[in-house]
Design a protein around this ligand. Structure first.
Ligand code: GRG
Length: 296
């Protein structure tokens, strides 16, 4: 299978699993379950669950084994998107090409749906303890990585720095830390948690952590570039919202040309981090290269 086919196949696996792992839209109270399903089963590249699966493959386990963990990571990501779009945060009307969760279900239900997705994510991670082929201590370790990456020292910290930086001049270091936490932490935890549960060794974990650090930053830089140059019909969200919200981005701080160059440098470094995997590193290398040309 080539890279595109592999991505498509993994995305399909994740989408089927998400459909099963979310409560059905007929489960009472139906309003919350409909809002949760709307927020998750609405497109999306499924990058983070695909990283969990790749971590597991490189650690030597079947990708199917870690599907509950992969889905948990996607639910955490979707929770963050629902809350990020709320009027109190970015106040966005469009996400993945569709009206945002609060536009369809109302603000209160969107807040609850986000909360419920986060809780369901930890339920799914806990369910992995029932799989006797996965060492309990590794499942707990992965769970801990995920919680730290999501919480007030990880993604939520990044969001706080973001909120507190609005309308202020921000230097490159603050911007990098903000993005490492807001976007990078969950991306890193995704790849690492998949590798941890499947028993990857210290050297592999170190390499994956390094890869994910560079990859996550490149991903965010290209996100900032897409906000300026992207086609709304493809990105599925409103362009120019960073500038409209007076947000510090790689484009506003460094300019478009330097931002592009920085993304390329990050991807080169990411690819170099994979040396220890030899041929086995092909999927992550292709994934890294695809970030530079991404249009959504
Ligand atoms: C309010 C308690 C509370 C928590 C929420 C809102 C928040 C904390 C964190 C925000 C994190 C956030 C929205 C980061 C943005 C990261 C980003 C680049 C999102 C887009 O990711 P893609 O391109 O999206 O992978 P798809 O739609 O493809 O999944």
């Amino acid at each position: 299978m080539n890279f595109q086919q592999e991505m498509k196949a993994r995305k399909k696996m994740v989408e089927s699993a998400l459909d099963i792992m979310l409560p059905g839209s007929e489960v009472e109270p139906v309003s919350i379950h409909q809002a949760m399903r709307y927020a998750v089963l609405n497109g999306g590249k499924r990058l983070r669950p695909i990283l969990v699966m790749e971590g597991a493959r490189l650690g030597g386990k079947d990708m199917e084994k870690v599907l509950p963990l992969a889905c948990a990571v996607e639910l955490i990501h979707c929770f963050s998107l629902v809350h990020d779009d709320l009027p109190a945060m970015d106040d966005d009307d469009l996400r993945r090409g569709k009206p945002t969760c609060h536009k369809v279900f109302g603000e209160a239900m969107a807040i609850l749906a986000g909360d419920a997705l986060l809780v369901r994510a930890f339920e799914l991670s806990a369910n992995m303890l029932q799989d006797s082929s996965l060492p309990t201590e590794n499942v707990l370790w992965a769970w801990n990585e995920l919680a730290t990456a999501t919480g007030s020292r990880g993604m939520i910290a990044g969001q706080v720095i973001d909120l507190e930086s609005e309308n202020k001049s921000v230097d490159g270091d603050t911007l990098r830390v903000m993005h490492q936490k807001k976007t990078g932490a969950l991306i890193k935890a995704a790849l690492k948690s998949g590798a941890i549960v499947s028993g990857a060794d210290e050297e592999q974990l170190q390499a994956l952590e390094e890869f994910a650090g560079h990859f996550g930053l490149a991903f965010q830089i290209t996100d900032d570039i897409l906000d300026v140059e992207g086609d709304e019909r493809i990105t599925g969200k409103k362009s120019g919202s960073d500038a409209a919200g007076n947000k510090a981005t790689y484009v506003s701080v460094f300019g478009l040309s330097r931002a592009n160059q920085m993304a390329e440098e990050c991807i080169e470094q990411a690819i170099r981090s994979l040396d220890i995997f030899g041929e086995e590193g092909w999927f992550l290398k292709e994934l890294a290269r695809s970030v530079l040309g991404r249009r959504s």
